[in-house]
Design a protein around this ligand. Structure first.
Ligand code: GDP
Ligand code: MG
Length: 162
């Protein structure tokens, strides 16, 4: 059984862009993964000679009625079935209350988590990343998913920790 890495975070932070960078092609999509659901996209990836499954989720609705309604059940399911979680955040938007709700769920889940500070292009790394260190949830890596920048460094550490 291949290790499973889930991408979670609120909508529009760059999860799907990162998924495409990690899997590299559409034919990476997995069709027969146990527990497969149409609500989550499963891709098989091979980086640095390591094979693993990466799971893309639709993210949160942005609804403010609380974590139960705001966090789509598929995101929670993706966290549950993952060996490791990449919690993707938007460096430009800063830390939002929905991010804090996801962080709370991740903390309770006890899953090994890496925080991906995406959209770091054009912003000061130290300033943009500072609020996310406060989550104390896991190591923090800056990326620009649209250009693949930072992805190799992130994934080297991720795969080393599996
Ligand atoms: P998702 O909803 O979390 O899956 O986010 P998407 O991957 O669909 O990306 C949302 C938008 O952000 C798209 O227009 C992407 O092109 C853009 N985007 C993703 N990553 C980056 C990034 O690193 N920098 C910038 N500037 N835009 C990005
Ligand atoms: Mg998406």
């Amino acid at each position: 059984m291949l290790p499973v890495i889930a991408l979670v975070g609120r909508p529009n932070v760059g999860k799907s862009t990162l998924f495409n960078q990690i899997t590299r092609s559409r034919d990476a999509l997995v069709a027969d993964f146990p527990g497969l659901t149409r609500d989550r996209k499963y891709g098989e990836a091979n980086m640095f000679g390591r094979r693993f499954i990466v799971v893309d989720t639709g993210g949160l609705s942005g609804d403010e009625r609380g974590i139960d309604t705001a966090m789509a059940s598929q995101s929670i399911a993706a966290i549950d079935e993952a060996d490791l979680v990449l919690f993707v955040v938007d460096s430009r938007a800063g830390l939002t209350s929905v991010d804090q709700q996801i962080a709370e769920h991740l903390r309770k889940s006890g899953k090994k988590t890496f925080i991906v500070a995406n959209k770091i292009d054009g912003v000061n790394h130290d300033v943009a990343m500072a609020p996310f260190y406060e989550l104390a949830l896991g190591d923090l890596y800056p990326t620009t998913a649209t250009h693949g920048r930072g992805v190799k460094t992130l994934m080297t550490e991720v795969l080393d920790s599996l």
